[in-house]
Design a protein around this ligand. Structure first.
Ligand code: PLP
Length: 385
């Protein structure tokens, strides 16, 4: 193979020793659960993401679950989300007992289509018994959704707005992070994401203290918060005053220590990712049906570099024969998946999501992709007929 599809090892040439030292330091301290690195990382993460508060958690899926549960979203509620996304976006909605309502994407940026979103909310309001509660926008492949418009729609209808930034943490729109517009941002540190750790991890960015307190409680089995204790007279460990149904949702200290090191170079890596994407875009001009379009004023973190091709599957086979791995995100939109077939979709169906599922193909992408190897990938695509 010319290169791995997502190269998570090359970074070790830059910060491997620092990460290993950070891990060893946690092993020596023995503070594997909620050690000091966890809080230190939350502070740095909030600063990086321009958020008032950051709460680390077990993974990007639990980040969504914690939020939906904190807002009391459940049976009878509708949560609007794109169908062209990773399953976790809709899965968490369905598992609360609420109904995901699938909305189409824009043909250029592939993020949720605000026009179809508006029509879908009006349709649910008029024609169903479901109560619209929230919108989950996805920063697909690393670029921000159209947050100014989504915020206006959320305000018109009294809905919460979540930025599912599992793939997009670090992306900005006019130099602002999604939390500027969203009520909360959820992040995944799965190793293949742009800011990945050495296992599973996640976080939630919020701007509201009450919500933050509620989330800290849900993260540890609904344990009492400092505020709860004040008014309760309870004199024992807050873990043993359980006011809500929560979960085991913590980030491991070792992962926080890894992430503290990785966050230091994340800004530089976002720059490198943009250099790689620029080289692809100029190298592939005219040779494929579409190279990626980023929203005006947007900065992508390029979780994926995804092109469109009329003969996508044959292109994948051709590249494979040259030792070049590719991936299809996503071959089946969620509304066409057996697990989600029973949930509502916006009016007129989701033609863009369905067409894109047949045309997209993602190329090897990462901050350390070698120029020579990238030129071979570009050459192999250009020679394919
Ligand atoms: C990866 C991903 C998630 C889930 O993150 P995990 O850490 O794997 O649980 C959620 N939403 C989107 C859009 C993702 O890409």
């Amino acid at each position: 193979m010319l290169t791995p599809f997502i190269d998570i090892i090359s970074q070790r040439r830059v910060i491997g020793p620092a990460i290993d030292a950070a891990i060893l330091s946690v092993t020596r301290s023995g503070q594997f659960i909620m050690g000091p690195e966890v809080h230190a990382f939350e502070t740095e993460l909030a600063r990086f993401g321009q958020a008032r508060l950051a709460l680390s958690c077990s993974n990007g899926t639990d980040a969504l679950t914690l939020l939906l549960r904190a807002w009391g979203i459940g049976p009878g509620d509708a949560v609007f989300c794109p169908s062209f996304t990773f399953a976790a976006t809709a899965e968490t909605i369905a598992l609360t007992g609420a109904s995901p309502v699938f909305v189409d994407i824009r043909p250029d940026t592939l993020t949720i289509d605000p026009v179809h979103l508006r029509a879908s909310i009006e349709d649910v309001t008029r024609n169903s018994l479901l109560k619209p509660r929230a919108i989950i926008a996805v920063d697909l492949f690393g670029q921000p959704a159209n947050y100014p418009i989504l915020r206006a729609i959320a305000d018109t209808h009294g809905l919460k707005l979540i930025a599912d930034s599992a793939q997009g943490f670090g992306c900005t729109l006019h130099e602002r992070h999604p939390i500027y517009w969203a009520d909360a941002t959820t992040i995944s540190f799965f190793p293949a994401k742009p800011l990945g750790c050495y296992g599973d991890g996640g976080a939630i960015l919020v701007k509201d203290d009450t919500l933050y307190d509620h989330l800290t409680s849900l993260r540890v089995h609904g344990q009492a918060t400092a505020r709860d204790i004040e008014s309760s007279g309870f004199a024992h460990d807050p873990k043993y005053l359980n006011l809500r149904l929560g979960m085991t949702g913590r980030l491991d200290t070792i992962q926080a220590a890894v992430l503290l090191e990785k966050l230091r170079i994340f800004d530089t890596e976002i720059g490198l990712r943009n250099r790689v994407s620029d080289r692809y875009t100029s190298g592939l001009a005219g040779a494929v049906a579409a190279t990626p379009t980023v929203i005006e004023g947007g900065l992508s973190v390029w979780a994926q570099y995804t092109i469109e091709h009329r003969n996508r599957d044959a292109l994948a086979a051709h590249l494979k024969s040259r030792g070049i791995p590719t991936a299809i995100y996503y071959p089946i939109p969620l509304h066409r998946q057996p697990a989600y077939a029973g949930y509502p979709i916006g009016p007129g169906g989701l033609p863009v999501s369905e067409a894109k599922a047949d045309a997209v193909i993602s190329l090897p992408m990462g901050p350390y992709l070698d120029d020579g190897i990238q030129d071979q990938i570009i050459g192999a695509i250009r020679e394919f007929r």
